[in-house]
Design a protein around this ligand. Structure first.
Ligand code: ATP
Length: 138
């Protein structure tokens, strides 16, 4: 079993029930979950690898536009499995290529794409620690 971080982004929070059912149907367990309003500073740290990209500011605007739900999820090959369920980054491409994916169903465009999944086991570790710090015991 592998763990990864999922974030239900602001405009898909209303679809949380459907997203959790989708995890369940795919044998992915939710270990931890919390709803948080990210500050701009939080979002900037989380996405620091993208700071030089043209979509960085719109991405921070979007990620701070309302509460998100962060989940530590676990299952067989969870990093890859969860990204497969998400579909391509661009929601419009997702509708063409993976019409049953979560981004196809709930995303709007390239930035507003419904949910996030860590891209590797290494980033999963960092991202889980970001939302669920192990020293904090909370
Ligand atoms: P995520 O990390 O959120 O699962 P991803 O790994 O598919 O998505 P990244 O390249 O890590 O995509 O980009 C992080 C986020 O930045 C994307 O989820 C999306 O919201 C936004 N983004 C990525 N590429 C673009 C782009 N070309 N134009 C606009 N927004 C983008």
């Amino acid at each position: 079993n592998e763990k990864t971080l999922a974030i239900v982004k602001p405009d898909a929070v209303s679809k949380l029930g459907t997203i959790i059912n989708c995890l369940k149907e795919n044998d992915i367990q939710v270990c931890k979950a919390k709803m948080v309003q990210l500050t701009r500073k939080d979002a900037a740290i989380f996405y620091e690898e993208h700071q030089s990209k043209p979509f960085y500011n719109p991405l921070l605007d979007y990620m701070t536009s309302g509460p998100v739900v962060a989940m530590e999820i676990m299952g067989s090959d969870a990093v890859k499995q969860w990204r497969k369920l998400l579909g391509p980054t661009d929601s419009n491409a997702a509708r063409e290529q993976e019409p049953t994916s979560l981004r196809a169903m709930f995303g709007t465009d390239n930035t507003k794409n419904a949910a996030h999944g860590s891209d590797s086991a290494t980033s999963a570790k960092r991202e889980i620690e970001f939302f669920f710090p192990s020293s904090g015991k909370s």
